[in-house]
Design a protein around this ligand. Structure first.
Ligand SMILES: O=C(O)c1cc(=O)[nH]c(=O)n1[C@@H]1O[C@H](COP(=O)(O)O)[C@@H](O)[C@H]1O
Length: 234
């Protein structure tokens, strides 16, 4: 696993074009935040931009949530490692074999990103799970998938900060928790359902926070980052 210390906050770059993302990035400090590149931007901008942001010194979380047969996912995470990103993810519901095969492929790479798995999307409630045939509550399903992820040898999970206390006590302090659904007090919840403020998430013991719209849509994104960091330092 990569031993470099990673930033606490990854800013979600949910933009239509690389140019729009770059405009925000010029206002951000690579020593303060990392960048999360997801499906929209990656599909629009391609891997060259990711390499460029790595070269600019940003820690990158490549959030493509791979979910496919084991061989395909293993080859995809290896390509992510070769881009120089620090974190890459898969869906835990892809199963043990998929996760183990991906991890086995990554350990042969000179640069090894953290390999984490998405448990239950933070936009999903218990009712949404019922509709896709999952009888467990979101919390029980997150715990079950996180246990599977840990036993498959991965480094951590993407989950809501609402599950952090439960997961840290069940899986131990070194199993990493990356948590989207972070909303500073007073900001809009948007389409997120299981949310927490940065301070609550920190108290719950999360390792990394993904924050998008509260920073990217702020009138002054740099100030929004400073305010969040200041609230966490106190
Ligand atoms: O894997 C993710 O990053 C992710 C998992 C999840 O369960 N929920 C979730 O919101 N995300 C991502 O986290 C980001 C959240 O952005 P905001 O809701 O704008 O803060 C988006 O880019 C989502 O794709």
């Amino acid at each position: 696993m990569n031993n470099k210390s990673l930033p606490l906050i990854y800013v979600a770059l949910d933009f239509e074009t690389a140019e729009e993302a770059q405009q925000l990035i010029t206002q951000l400090d690579a020593t303060q935040v990392g960048l999360k590149v997801g499906k929209e931007l990656f599909t629009a901008a391609g891997s060259e931009w990711v390499r460029r942001w790595v070269e600019q010194g940003f820690s990158i979380f490549l959030d493509l949530k791979f979910h496919d047969i084991p061989n395909t996912v293993a080859k995809a995470v290896v390509q992510a490692a070769r881009l120089g990103v620090d974190v890459v993810n898969v869906h835990a519901s892809g199963g043990r074999n998929m996760m183990e095969t991906a991890k086995a492929a990554l350990v042969k790479e000179p640069h090894q990103p953290l390999l984490i798995a998405v448990t239950v999307l933070t936009s999903m409630s218990d009712d949404d799970l019922l509709e896709i045939g999952v009888q467990r509550s979101a919390q029980e399903q997150v715990k079950a998938l996180a246990e599977l992820t840990q036993s498959a040898g991965l480094d951590g999970v993407v989950c809501s900060a609402q599950e952090a206390t439960l997961l840290k006590s069940a899986l131990g302090a070194s199993f990493k928790l990356m948590t989207p659904g972070i909303r500073p007090a007073g900001s809009q919840q948007d389409d997120q359902k299981r949310v927490m403020t940065p301070e609550q998430a920190q108290r719950a013991g999360v390792d990394y926070m993904v924050i998008g719209r509260p920073i990217t849509k702020a009138a002054d994104p740099a100030q929004a980052v400073s305010d969040i960091l200041a609230s966490l330092a106190s």
